[in-house]
Design a protein around this ligand. Structure first.
Ligand SMILES: [Zn+2]
Length: 493
């Protein structure tokens, strides 16, 4: 169903700093690119929030009936420790510290990333390309930029010439910076620097002898600059100009600014129609950082194993909590806020589970179509999920008033109420549909007993890997096993 024909979606475009009516380049089709993770450590919760915002956007655009190609990359090479093209490759460093092959690091943390996103009920993107899988495309882009005179080679490295680019085009337009100010505010380049100008950025870096992640190129063995992969992969899969580019606010500068410069230098056109940026997650009012200990991993939230939390929270509750803030606002996570969200989550899902039981009448006493359109209006206003959720609770209020006999609903409208709630809660917000009928949820104790038996069998066979796995996976689902004299019992948190 092409619902988009009846709805006017507006999105906040970071490029123009305005809310604009969304109109894709090709009617009915959308190309969307989101910068994915650099897979050198466990995905942190702040990143999960960014990706969840774009999962929600992906879901709503799909719900509106668009045919959408969503590309989210995996950065598995080229991301150095700092933005000035200095330092070690993040993945190579982890590999050195843990005595692993870089690709073992990549594999380990890609699996972790997918596992966490799956628990949060993400839809997979249409394509998930990797930087190392697109070295040839990146070299081709560098050749093209060199040919057009917007880059220069120095000692086996190639740098983008920002000043040259800025003579005819505009560097800094996304982040609202002026090149003159940037130059005025930077210290002199040190004598060893190969760059003409500190604002120049690497398209290709010569690999030192020690650098293990290296590829041959016309300029010698090296590796691509971090910004380049996104230009290569978005152009390859979405074309020279596409509709939406997303990412965290922190990527606006320099990463996205450099993507624009590369693409414009190479293809001569502006690459992206709408730039969307998601805001960050703080923890107890402070920025999350591993170094200060003000940090929490998604897995620790699912198990409750972190002193910040009083209990475990299910991925669905955490997702609901994140959806209660607008994606462009800072969201603060705390135990109290999660407890409040958990209550709200149960109120909403309980109402959906009981909707079947409400009795119908000859007429509906409230304006259900107006309520439904209010839900769309919220999402059409730059994906305003907190307003949507407020409207969904209005639906819950109707259900309760009907139960109390204070409002009435027809059979047909009851189906519409149920469908609308289910569309927005499960399909658009992506809250996992755990709303099951009493009959199947009652089988849970039998299923857990069966797993306890399997665990006992594994222990009998000294297969402790399996027995621990059963215990840990159940714990991750909030089911705690307790071994006692009478055998093993369980509790659900
Ligand atoms: Zn990117």
């Amino acid at each position: 169903m092409q619902l988009y024909k009846d709805q006017t979606l507006k999105v906040y475009n970071s490029l123009t700093s305005k809310k604009e009516i969304f109109k894709p380049i090709n009617e009915g089709h959308i190309g969307m690119y989101v910068c994915g993770p650099t897979v050198y450590s466990n995905v942190h919760l702040g990143n999960c929030r960014t990706f969840m915002s774009f999962d929600m956007i992906f879901r709503y655009l799909k719900h509106l009936g668009y045919k959408i190609r969503y590309v989210r990359n995996i950065t598995d090479a080229g991301h150095l420790e700092n933005d000035a093209d200095e330092g070690e490759d993040k993945i190579a460093k982890k590999a050195r510290l843990e005595e692993l092959e870089p690709m073992e690091v990549v594999q380990r943390y890609t699996v972790d990333f997918h596992n966490i996103l799956q628990q949060f009920n993400f839809l997979p993107p249409s394509i998930e390309p990797t930087a190392t899988g697109h070295i040839i495309e990146q070299i081709e882009i560098i050749k093209n930029i060199l040919d057009k005179g917007y880059a220069y080679e120095k000692n086996g490295s190639v740098y983008f010439d920002v000043e040259k680019f800025n003579q005819t085009k505009e560097y800094g337009k996304l982040s609202g910076r002026k090149l003159e100010d940037m130059i005025a505010n930077t210290r002199e380049l040190n004598a060893q620097s190969e760059k003409k100008n500190p604002q120049d950025f690497a398209l290709w870096k010569k690999a030192s002898k020690k650098h293990i992640m290296r590829w041959p190129s016309p300029w010698g063995d090296g590796f691509p600059g971090w910004h380049l992969e996104c230009t290569a992969m978005s152009t390859k899969y979405l074309g020279k100009s596409f509709d939406i580019h997303g990412g965290g606010m922190d990527l606006k500068f320099p990463h996205h600014e450099c993507e624009i410069a590369q693409a414009e230098a190479c293809n001569g056109t502006s690459p992206v129609k709408y730039w969307l940026h998601a805001n960050m997650l703080t923890l107890n009012g402070k920025k999350m950082a591993k170094s200060t200990g003000n940090n929490i991993l998604p897995g620790e939230m699912f198990s409750g194993e972190n002193t910040i939390l009083s209990k475990a929270f299910s991925p669905a509750v955490i997702r609901f909590f994140m959806m209660q803030a607008h994606y462009t606002s800072i969201l603060d996570l705390s135990n109290d806020a999660l407890l409040a969200s958990e209550k709200g989550y149960h109120k909403l899902t309980d109402a959906i589970a009981t909707i079947e039981n409400i009795t119908t009448a000859a007429a509906t006493s409230f304006d259900i179509l107006a309520w439904k359109q209010k839900c769309y209006d919220a999402m059409n206003d730059d994906f305003n999920t907190p307003i949507l959720i407020a409207n969904l609770f209005e639906g819950v209020k109707y259900i309760n008033l009907i139960k109390e006999g204070k409002e009435t609903i027809t059979e047909e409208d009851k189906a519409l109420l149920k469908e609308t709630l289910s569309n927005f809660v499960f399909d658009v917000l992506g809250i996992e549909n755990n709303v099951t009928s009493k009959e199947s949820s009652n089988k849970l104790p039998e299923v857990v007993d069966l797993l306890i038996q399997l665990r006992n069998d594994a222990r009998g066979n000294k297969d402790f890997a399996t027995s621990d796995k059963i215990r840990d996976e159940l714990a991750a689902l909030g089911i705690q096993l307790k071994d006692g004299k009478e055998g093993t019992t369980f509790s659900i948190s």
